[in-house]
Design a protein around this ligand. Structure first.
Ligand code: NAG
Ligand code: NAG
Ligand code: NAG
Length: 345
């Protein structure tokens, strides 16, 4: 009799647990679409004093403002609105660092603006730059949020022959691993030849003048992955890698043949599929991450950002060049931070 009751309870518990498993599996925050929401953006960019002139689209004359009014809506679950005070309270005493290229700067600036808007004006926020690291510290919460600019993550060393990019070495990691949360990103510079900041590549102890850039990118990510596995205490430090941030120069990717930039884009693509598919670099990122021993979360922003052909500065920046690579602040990076916050708090 008692045994039967026990078995009954067991069955109920198993059912409840499997319901949770199904919920957890179907609740993918990165699968969804953009919906118009009058209550957005989350802050007024003209009130945020920290926006770099490359990303301050309204200040540099962007006339259409609809791009600010979209909220990311996951298909199977709600994405909580970013709450700056809650975020700082939950992260109390912690050090957060973004590491990567100018897309990381883009995201860091969005975070700093989100928090600026959330806090009272008398809050004690300090701003300090030491070597490659700029840090905002929210003294009332003991939370610091840093940006460490690193185009390739791996080292570039001045040697007799010139500047050598060492695909198998990451010495800056000693600084990074002191943080409690790390958000990595690199991609933008791997195919760049203008202003390229290295002269040679070192791989497996050999020096070469150049090589297949996608292979080099994969090697560098593998080095980064080995560094995480060997050097990062993931009990203490939560590690994110950001998916590749897409640019919009090829209209064919979003079914507008002949379009070669984002100048005329004023609204996102509707729905949740992107005709252009997954960027090759993103596939490389996902392959490298899946081979790691330590837990690293993919901040899977590629698809949702692909849908935002309207989110770039285009010519509304200080240098007036056509920029369909970076993102307006306020704008799409606010959603990246909203997703980061949802993963953390
Ligand atoms: C990233 O998100 C896209 C869109 O939801 C999805 O198709 C893809 O499988 C995700 N990648 C990973 C590694 O979770
Ligand atoms: C802000 O915090 C820093 C560091 O604790 C302190 O040195 C400074 O005096 C504070 N400033 C104000 C205005 O309270
Ligand atoms: C800044 O860089 C210098 C020179 O490489 C180094 O000696 C110093 O320790 C660095 N400072 C910090 C706080 O990392």
């Amino acid at each position: 009799m008692g045994g039967e009751i026990g078995r009954g309870w067991c069955a109920i518990i198993v059912m409840i647990l499997s319901a949770f498993v199904v919920l957890a599996r179907t609740c993918d925050l990165y699968e969804g679409s953009w919906v118009y929401d009058e209550s957005y953006p989350m802050y007024d960019s003209s009130k945020c004093p920290h926006i770099r002139k490359e990303y301050d689209c309204i200040k540099y004359g962007r006339p259409d403002l609809t791009y600010l009014k979209f909220r990311w809506q996951p298909t199977n679950c709600p994405l909580p609105r970013f709450d700056g005070e809650e975020f700082l309270t939950k992260m109390s005493g912690k050090k957060i660092m973004y590491v990567g290229d100018s897309v990381s700067v883009n995201q860091w600036q969005s975070m700093v603006c989100l928090l600026h808007a959330a806090l009272p004006p008398q809050s004690n926020i300090t701003d300090e730059t030491i070597n490659s690291t700029r840090t905002f510290t929210y003294q009332d919460y003991g939370v610091s949020i840093s940006i460490f600019l690193s185009h390739y993550l791996v080292d570039i060393v001045d040697e007799k022959i010139g500047r050598v990019m060492k695909l198998d070495s990451i010495t800056d990691g000693d600084i990074w691993k002191e943080n409690d949360v790390l958000i990595f990103n690199t991609w933008l510079w791997w195919y760049r030849r203008d202003k390229q900041p290295w002269d040679y590549i070192e791989i497996d102890g050999k020096i070469v003048k150049d090589m297949d850039r996608m292979v080099a990118f994969r090697e560098a990510l593998k080095t980064w992955g080995n560094w995480v596995d060997s050097d990062v205490d993931t009990q203490k430090t939560t590690v994110f890698f950001q998916g590749v941030s897409p640019s919009h120069y090829n209209g064919e990717d979003w079914n507008e043949k002949g379009v070669t930039n984002c100048a005329k884009e004023k609204v996102p693509l509707s729905g949740s599929t992107y005709p252009g598919g997954v960027p090759t670099a993103e596939t490389v990122v996902e392959q490298v991450l899946s081979a790691l021993k330590k837990p690293v979360s993919l901040l899977n922003i590629t698809r949702l950002s692909q849908l935002r052909k309207d989110g770039h500065p285009s010519s509304f920046n200080a240098f007036k060049g056509m920029d369909c690579t970076h993102w307006c602040v306020a704008g799409v990076p606010d959603t990246w931070n909203q997703l980061l916050s949802a993963a953390l708090v």
